[in-house]
Design a protein around this ligand. Structure first.
Ligand SMILES: [Zn+2]
Length: 137
């Protein structure tokens, strides 16, 4: 799993070795980066995303599937940061992963926004819409 630290695109190619580290080039934004630098940025970005999703009620397995991060890592972060999830088995959010264009279309339809709260979070080069429908009959 590799993403560009600048634009989060996964459209990257190997581009030589610099100081004994693999260098990569992002084909989306032409940014060059090495693995070590990448690793640090990825951690900060994905720790936050994983914990956000965890708090929104997604299971470890779902977070693993969405972010491509081992559920063991996510469990470790939850422990490390002492994240306490509100227990509520009745409510489970539904979510969609949309591109910028799809996101615009989604919000332009009143049907999609009426009667439910939503959280939008950046996810790589896409967006995740987490929708709450708990107040609907
Ligand atoms: Zn990039």
């Amino acid at each position: 799993m590799k993403f560009c630290p600048q634009c989060q695109s996964n459209n990257i190619v190997k581009s030589g070795i610099v100081n004994e580290r693999q260098r990569y080039k992002c084909k989306a934004c032409n940014y060059f980066f090495t693995v070590n630098k990448l690793g640090k940025r990825i951690d900060q970005y994905y720790v936050t995303k994983a914990l956000q999703l965890y708090l929104e009620g997604l299971s470890y397995r779902e977070i693993e599937r969405i972010l491509g991060i081992s559920h063991v890592s996510v469990m470790n972060w939850v422990r490390k940061y002492n994240i306490q999830k509100v227990q509520n088995s009745d409510v489970h959010p539904t979510y969609k992963i949309l591109s910028q264009t799809e996101l615009g279309k989604y919000f332009s339809s009143e049907e999609n926004t009426r009667g439910s709260g939503m959280i939008v979070t950046e996810l790589g080069d896409k967006f995740m819409v987490i929708k709450w429908e708990r107040f609907k009959e």
